[in-house]
Design a protein around this ligand. Structure first.
Ligand SMILES: [Zn+2]
Length: 195
């Protein structure tokens, strides 16, 4: 048994012990944020659903939305943190709608594999174009155009740009925060050190 083989074997066992593959239909596994660390971003339109994020992402989003508002662009939060239990229902509905898990996963991440569980990610809309909420048409709105230019300055990046390597459909509304070390490590982990 070589020096490099043994640690690799241990890593394999550790992964199996956790009981879940690290990737599913192109979506990576993510741990759920503890509810106690979340802070409120605001309500989603008139449904009154309160959108929550981790504090630094929430602050960055509010700052970004305020800057957009000064330029006459309205960005609103639609969905932020989602517990894995909620994602389970969402995915089950998508499987029914699209006919298989694989097809559903092009639109909705399987439970345990959604960036929304991390508390660093949110879906946004344009306050003046409610009919484009979570629709491809959102990309033509002033909010989407403003975000494409400015979001990176506030630490946000699009998770699923067109033709992304994960094979997930383009989601112009879905932004993840990478503006601090903790968030960046979740979405852009350092490659494992060579043994
Ligand atoms: Zn999303």
């Amino acid at each position: 048994m070589g020096r490099t083989f043994f640690p690799a074997l241990i890593a394999c066992f550790a992964m199996a012990a956790r009981g879940a593959p690290v990737e599913k239909y192109g979506h990576r596994a993510f741990a759920e944020a503890p509810a106690a660390v979340l802070s409120e971003v605001g309500p989603y339109r008139d449904t009154g659903r309160i959108v929550q994020l981790r504090p630094s992402a929430a602050q960055a989003f509010l700052k970004m939305a305020a800057a957009a508002r000064e330029e006459g662009v309205g960005i609103l939060p639609i969905s932020g943190f989602r517990p894995i239990s909620y994602q389970k229902n969402l995915f089950a509905r998508a499987v029914k709608r699209y006919g298989s898990e694989e097809k559903a996963a092009r639109w909705v991440a399987p439970p345990g594999y959604s960036e929304h569980a991390t508390g660093w990610t949110l879906d946004v809309g344009d306050t003046a174009h409610q009919n484009t909420d979570i629709e491809q048409g959102f990309s033509a709105t002033p909010a989407a155009r403003w975000l494409a230019i400015h979001a990176h300055r506030y630490g946000f990046e699009l998770s699923f740009p067109p033709d992304n390597s994960q094979g997930v459909n383009h989601e112009p509304w879905h932004w993840r925060f990478i503006g601090n070390d903790d968030a960046r490590a979740v979405f852009h982990p350092a490659p494992p050190k060579k043994l």
